[in-house]
Design a protein around this ligand. Sequence first.
Ligand code: NAP
Length: 311
Amino acid sequence: MNEKLIIIGTGPAGYTAAIYAARADLKPLVFTGEQIGGQLTTTTEIENFPGFPEGINGPELMFNMSQQAEKFGTRYVYETVLSVSREACSGLFTVTTTGGAYQAESVIIATGATARYLGLPGEKALIGHGLTACATCDGAFYRDVPVCVVGGGDSACEEASFLTRFASKVYLIHRRDALRASKAMQQRVLNDPKIEPVWNSTIAAYQTDESGEVCGITLKDTVTGEERPLEVKCVFMAIGHVPNTKFLGDLVELDAGGFIVTSPGGTDTRVPGLFAAGDVADPKYQQAISAAGMGCRAALDAEHYLLTNFG
Ligand code: NAP
């Protein structure tokens, strides 16, 4: 039997799409992927999601969304999607996963984005050995030692601020001399005596100890090119994210940053019946609430498409 709607991804966009679609009786089938709940499960306090004046932690918010979607009839499949294709004549999609193949009349892509690293030689092997993109996950392992965060955006500032709970010192390494983060975040970071900004700098190399753990970095001045060592026990990368679209091949159109191109102000991709929502299709806002809003719109767009094309 064909599904009416398959939703791929369980961040705010995927869950919100599921809530709307389930309430419209589409009984959505949601593929959770490997990181159930998406990026917000790796954040701490969320202070700007409306409805929570005291803030709410990321995992709790995502758990609530998941429960809300399930309450209306959403079904979850704990498999990772490997490919999506559409048969032109029938208009049916085949979604192939680690567990099998599923057919659906419409699909919403809400797969979010994955942390970006610098691309230095040997970098990949260091992930989990003093190199990470998740302060919430790994911060507590680095008590009373110096660490650094790379980046100048909201994520970098949030991570740096969080890490002051554990580390003896947090260097905030930024390639320019001004932060990109919101003013409130900037103030919090720049007024914190435990955080030391390192302007106009990037990492040229990682140093490791005899057990293969990061024990320092070589800093490179982006203006003068000068290099100097800095002792840190962990590097927290916060230089943005790469949209998760690999499994789509060339099915959809991507912009220069790799984000899925949707119709202006809409969620339709160039493939009829295939919609995209959240960070995977939003190079500009990338907020939990804007992803949730786009998930809502994708579900409404899918509902309209299904009514028009499948009755
Ligand atoms: P972002 O805003 O894109 O910032 C990425 C940072 O990394 C920038 O400062 C950028 O430098 C730097 N960078 C990028 N590539 C680099 C490279 N190869 N080497 C060195 N530095 C590099 O990403 P984000 O901080 O993850 O935030 C993404 C979105 O989520 C934003 O819209 C942000 O507002 C939002 N967000 C909001 C909150 C919150 O409100 N609580 C928390 C986290 C994120 P340049 O500045 O020089 O480009």
